[in-house]
Design a binder for this molecule. Structure first.
Ligand SMILES: Nc1ncnc2c1ncn2[C@@H]1O[C@H](COP(=O)(O)OP(=O)(O)O)[C@@H](O)[C@H]1O
Ligand SMILES: [Mg+2]
Length: 340
């Protein structure tokens, strides 16, 4: 839910989002005496000399303020709905015919892959789960959480954190270091051993990312792969969401196997749409989507797991070569093959 900036006064803003006050003071925006004004009005009324002296860009500040509040909101309202299992009941293909399976139950600690041609309905299936569909999405599927449909209230509440989405890159514009970001999230969780948790997330994220970053690296300067790695480690360790949905992350430049292992070790349900055979075979099952419907549900066979070992070797070779390239080393194919 986006904040409507036009409506809120500064006072209302601070009352609703206490951490917004700190954001003003940290950015040296003197707001005292202007609290009765709306945010736009207040920012227009700040002394021009102060704005010039401190080189404040009001428009940029507004964007950052909004993003900061959205992030903090997502940290604080992260009240999880517990989900030990989800069940997907059949709906309809795009042509209106009924899906041909009984029901699909997925338990914590399971990885389910979703495969199928572009436009077939993979993202739609993920959205059905995110939405806890109740015959009210284009597929008319029903998604049960612990065997029951969710109440409308739970489904649409702003604090419903049934699902963590890893589909988009983080769009950081804020001026925070990795450590400050993790500290904010851990503080909102009220965890006891905050420093250990921050260290743990940081170490795991670095382990997932090919290129290392530091605790004092600004989050705005993380690469796509690094920020993805940070999000995955943060989600696995700090987010209470029991379900993680991943929409096509193949090119994210992270160690995908370790990423999945980390998520699953935290007893999450992982559903992931993918065209990547390594990811598809890492799943316990794969759902094959066609024409908007679940066409088949296939268990990963032992034979396929053997292929997976070979693909992983190839993948490791590619991963190592990419890193060698990055750090200016020479590539030697034979050596890479032997080491894999
Ligand atoms: N069973 C269905 N009935 C009606 N529309 C559907 C169904 N499944 C998917 N769609 C629609 O088809 C379009 C493509 O689906 P999408 O999930 O984006 O495909 P993919 O992610 O596999 O590329 C979307 O507009 C989606 O809402
Ligand atoms: Mg898609």
């Amino acid at each position: 839910m986006q904040i409507n900036f036009k409506e809120l006064t500064i006072l209302e803003l601070f009352n609703n989002y206490p951490y917004a006050r700190d954001f003003f003071s940290e950015n040296f925006i003197p707001i005292e005496g202007l609290e009765h004004l709306t945010i736009d009005e207040a920012l227009e009324n700040i002394d021009e000399d102060i704005i010039e002296d401190r080189a404040i860009n009001i428009e940029v500040f507004k964007v950052h303020l909004l993003e900061y509040i959205e992030m903090m909101k997502s940290f604080y309202t992260d009240e999880a709905i517990e989900a030990h299992n989800i069940t997907i009941l059949p709906g309809f293909y795009k042509d209106g015919s009924k899906e041909n399976y009984d029901e699909l139950e997925i338990k914590s600690g399971e990885i389910i892959c979703i495969v199928g041609p572009t436009g077939s309905g993979k993202s739609r299936l993920l959205a059905d789960i995110e939405w806890a569909a109740n015959k009210d999405t284009p597929t008319k599927r029903t998604v049960l959480i612990n065997g029951k449909t969710l109440e409308t209230k739970e489904r649409f509440s702003a604090s419903n954190k049934l699902v963590a989405q890893l589909s988009q890159n983080m769009n950081f514009v804020m001026d925070l270091t990795v450590e400050e970001f993790l500290d904010l999230h851990a503080s909102s969780r009220l965890v006891e051993n905050k420093d250990d948790i921050i260290k743990n997330i940081f170490d795991k994220a670095n382990d997932l990312a090919g290129e290392t970053f530091k605790l004092d690296t600004p989050i705005t300067s993380l690469s796509g792969g690094q920020s993805r790695a940070l999000m995955i480690a943060d989600t696995a360790i700090l987010s209470k969401s029991p379900i993680v949905l991943i929409d096509e992350i193949e090119n994210a430049g992270i160690d995908r196997k370790k990423a999945l292992e980390l998520l699953v070790s935290e007893e999450k349900i992982v559903l992931m749409s993918t065209h990547d055979p390594i990811l598809a075979l890492m799943g316990d099952k794969r759902i094959i989507i066609n024409n908007g419907g679940i066409d088949k549900i296939v268990d990963t066979s032992d034979e396929e797991r053997n292929i997976l070992h070979k693909l992983e070797k190839l993948d490791k070779i590619m991963f190592n070569m990419r890193n060698k390239l990055r750090y200016g080393k020479k590539l030697e194919f034979e050596e890479e093959i032997e080491n894999a």
